[in-house]
Design a protein around this ligand. Structure first.
Ligand SMILES: Cc1ncc(COP(=O)(O)O)c(C=O)c1O
Length: 493
């Protein structure tokens, strides 16, 4: 055996035995170790030196080796309280203090406890994901020549081409940047278009992840109300006038959370109002592929009909695949494209090439249109199941709009309902729901909850979830507790 390996072996044996000695206690002499382990004196002294270098042993020349004292408690625990001062002083000089708060996003990302029905999920249940097609695409992508090489910064040309075709109109591949998911595209777009402290117009209610991005960038979200036909043009014009904002973030299709689709007559109006204000419209179009089977033809993205470069379009593959399939496109026309590209490169360089290759393989495979058709059928079925169960068991909760796309329902609660108390009672009853408050950037006009039907295993779980919500509702209203029933342990998590 080589000397170096016997040193390592002896050190490892001694390391395992160290617990037998108290801190500060003397270890067996070198002579005893030589005899016991049948190694040379050099091996013993090198093994002890190695343990001394690891801080496990101290050696005193002429006296022997001792088990080292553990590091002082103060050094282990440390005192990080200075950070409280440092982190709160952070925004002292900012016009609009930055607030970094992920709770609105985590509500839809976090997995609920086992046995709890997940009415708060933001992505498809694994049984609805194209798992086999994604696995096959990833395997084929891995075998493509140069799969692990650096991609072009803006994304693979064929993938940019595909995203451009998908938007339609006069959009070209040169106007597309591939980014890592809608969240990062929205972050890039807001950082590119609004300096810290600036107002940014957002729909009210809107996706809490967008509000989180704005606040963490030191922007001031200004709400513009949405009705059943999308953002309200007269109020939009007022908001631009009152704030001087240069950006609106809008979801014209299957708005999160209301499910509204921007009415045909409002589409040109929104663009005209933004253009007159010298402002950009960030079009968040990430749920386009979660259309329900009975939806009829979809309106094209605003970006398809925008020669002047008002619209910065965000389209993503995650919602129709999996939260981990983080491939998205940010599309814009004119000088703003260079700004977006620079921010994206500074922040993240580029999207990993294997994932881009896999995206190309996936959307080009015959499994892709099949998958979209089956998701459309399944989402319609689930939406109808949830709507029927709510109408039957919880007629007190108003459902102002039954959407034809997206993955959730938005329910208005009676005035005075404590939506947080309802969400807590629901969790106790075994169903996780999302309270409405985080969807509003200012005071909400009424209490709401959002119920997702995509993240659960199937219609049976939807019915069971609504039954549990009924129990929670009864509890918060102080109704007969005997109707209340706890989680069903047999239900899938
Ligand atoms: C409206 C909206 N935009 C963007 C996102 C972020 O999606 P992605 O997974 O593509 O980052 C979400 C996620 O829930 C969303 O609801």
């Amino acid at each position: 055996m080589y000397e170096s390996s016997s040193v390592g072996e002896l050190a490892s044996k001694l390391r395992q035995e160290l617990d037998r000695y108290s801190p500060g206690e003397k270890l067996p002499s070198s002579r005893a170790l030589i005899e016991r382990f049948r190694v040379s004196p050099v091996t013993v002294s090198r093994a002890l030196a190695q343990l001394a270098a690891e801080g496990l042993v101290t050696t005193r020349p002429g006296a022997g080796a001792y088990r080292a004292e553990p590091p002082a408690a103060a050094r282990v625990t440390g005192d990080t309280s200075w950070q409280e001062v440092a982190l709160s002083a952070d925004g002292a000089a900012d016009l609009v203090p930055r607030t970094v708060d992920a709770s609105g996003v985590l509500a839809t990302l976090a997995a609920p406890p086992p046995g709890v029905v997940e009415f708060n999920g933001g992505y498809l249940h694994p049984s609805l994901q194209p798992e086999q097609a994604m696995a096959a695409a990833l395997a084929r992508a891995g075998r493509r020549p140069g799969a692990w090489g650096r991609p072009p910064i803006e994304g693979l040309p064929e993938l940019r081409e595909w995203f451009a075709r998908d938007i339609g109109g006069a959009v070209t591949a040169a106007e597309v940047l591939v980014t890592a998911g809608g969240q990062s595209a929205l972050t890039t777009a807001l950082r590119a278009l609004a300096p810290p402290g600036a107002p940014v117009l957002v729909e009210s209610p809107t996706y809490p992840g967008l509000l989180a991005i704005a606040r963490s960038a030191g922007l001031r979200p200004v709400p513009v109300p949405v009705d059943a036909h999308g953002v309200r043009p007269a109020l939009l014009a007022d908001a631009f006038r009152a704030t001087g904002a240069r950006v609106l973030v809008s979801q014209p299709l299957f708005q999160n959370p209301t499910g509204a689709v921007l009415a045909p007559e409002r589409r040109p109006e929104v663009l005209r109002i933004a253009r007159a204000a010298g402002a950009f419209v960030i079009e968040d179009d990430v749920v386009r592929r979660l259309v329900h089977e009975d939806a009829g033809p979809l309106p094209s993205p605003l970006a398809a009909d925008d020669p002047d470069g008002v619209v910065v379009h965000v389209g993503s593959l995650t919602k129709a695949t999996s939260a981990s399939f983080r491939v998205c496109a940010l599309t814009a026309r004119g000088p703003v494209l260079e700004r977006l590209r620079a921010i994206q490169v500074v922040d993240t360089f580029f999207v990993p090439r294997p994932l881009q290759e896999a995206a190309l393989e996936l959307v080009g495979s015959p499994a892709w249109p099949r998958h979209l058709r089956s998701v459309a059928a399944e989402l319609k079925n689930r939406r109808d199941t949830m709507t029927a169960a709510l109408r039957l068991h919880l007629p007190e909760l108003a459902l102002p709009h039954v959407p034809s796309g997206g993955y959730h329902l938005w329910l208005r609660l009676p005035d005075g309902t404590d939506e947080t108390a309802l969400a807590s009672a629901a969790l106790r009853a075994g169903v996780a729901v999302t309270p409405g408050r985080p969807y509003f950037s200012a005071e909400p006009p009424a209490p709401h909850i959002r119920l997702s039907f995509a993240a659960v295993a199937g219609p049976a779980e939807i019915t069971e979830g609504v039954r549990r919500l009924r129990a929670a509702w009864a509890e918060t209203r102080g109704e007969n507790r005997s109707t209340s029933q706890g989680p069903d342990a047999n239900l899938p998590a």
